[in-house]
Design a protein around this ligand. Structure first.
Ligand SMILES: Cc1cc2nc3c(=O)[nH]c(=O)nc-3n(C[C@H](O)[C@H](O)[C@H](O)COP(=O)(O)O)c2cc1C
Length: 203
């Protein structure tokens, strides 16, 4: 797929078919993630990949518990595109991961100060894993597949790290499900052009 077509086609999915994904496709996607830019040449990233039912039950138990406690969001007239996305996305936070043939859990080694930043550079280790995550998203799209993403809330990330045996100091920024998207409603987007967002010379 041509590069700008990949950029344009990338979107977040929350419903998937039961069709599997080939191991060599997964390998190419992970390789793309590992080629992302990084602070200080570090690429301090490790991926845990879930494939079997048992692996998913173990690592996704906390998002499942979280999802079971959520109540349905009732949309009022005049709801914003973000509120509509939220109302659709929240009830699917567990199923959009569990129904994917593969779930990637990308871990980064948290540099000292990342959770108490004093400048933007304190956040470099966190910023770099998001470069890797975006590479994964684009590679998944280029393979003709789709992905779901969830940010762990509260203690969820630490709980997942613990049940997976991640070493001390390694942090889970998000979960990524990979699969074949099933038909789903098109969500409204706030999209912009350079003319809306660019200031030449000064703001
Ligand atoms: C930093 C970040 C956090 C996100 N967190 C979640 C999340 O916890 N759950 C979810 O369903 N989607 C999450 N998303 C996906 C966004 O809702 C989605 O990217 C946005 O609605 C734009 O839609 P698009 O990705 O299809 O262009 C997140 C995306 C980003 C970049």
């Amino acid at each position: 797929m041509e590069f700008y077509e990949v950029i344009q086609k990338r979107r977040t999915y929350r419903e998937f078919t039961s069709e599997d994904v080939a191991q060599e496709v997964l390998d190419r996607i992970l390789h793309a993630g590992l080629q992302a830019p990084t602070n200080d040449h570090l690429r301090n990233w490790e991926f845990v990949v879930l494939h079997t039912q048992q692996e998913k039950e173990n690592a996704l138990q906390f998002v499942k518990e979280w999802a079971e406690k959520q109540s349905e969001t009732k949309l009022q007239g005049g709801a914003t595109s973000a509120q509509k996305m939220y109302a659709y996305a929240m009830p699917r936070q567990y199923t959009m991961l569990a129904s994917c043939p593969y779930v990637i859990l990308p871990f980064f080694k948290a540099a000292p100060g990342v959770f108490a930043p004093t400048s933007v550079s304190s956040l470099n280790s966190f910023a770099a894993i998001w470069c890797a995550i975006e590479n994964l998203f684009l590679a998944i799209t280029a393979e003709g597949l789709g992905y779901s993403i969830r940010i762990p809330v509260g203690e969820e990330g630490k709980q997942v790290a613990q049940v997976l045996g991640a070493p001390e100091g390694w942090v889970l920024p998000c979960y990524i499900g990979i699969g074949h998207p099933a038909p789903s409603p098109a969500l409204e987007q706030n999209l912009y052009t350079p003319a809306d967002k660019t200031h030449f010379g000064r703001w």
